[in-house]
Design a protein around this ligand. Sequence first.
Ligand code: MN
Length: 128
Amino acid sequence: MPKKVLVIEDNQQNMYLTTFMLERRGYQVLQAWDGEQGIQTATRAIPDLILLDIQLPEMDGYAVASTLKADPRLATVPIVAVTSYAMAGDRERILASGCNGYIEKPINPETFLAQIEQFLAPGGPGEA
Ligand code: MN
């Protein structure tokens, strides 16, 4: 079974690029376009990794991360924020909300997979 990565992202272009790179690497990608949908999908599917946009409509990424981490079934699932907010205070806020790390937008296709795979348990995408 390939590892499951949940992508919570409201921007179509970012979603497309992220999904393309992950699927090409062999991951199963679950897409959610807002926080509510992301939480529902995470609860149902228990992914191996969650990529979380911070700037989302309605519920922002900070609220989504706190909600996910409060669920015991999801508490150990790594959450990586993907954000264009790069200020020092934002980084602290991202980590305080429960995210395990962050990568900055725009995504760099050459380093993206290596960056997110630091947060996955050892083993390739095919070895869930
Ligand atoms: Mn966004």
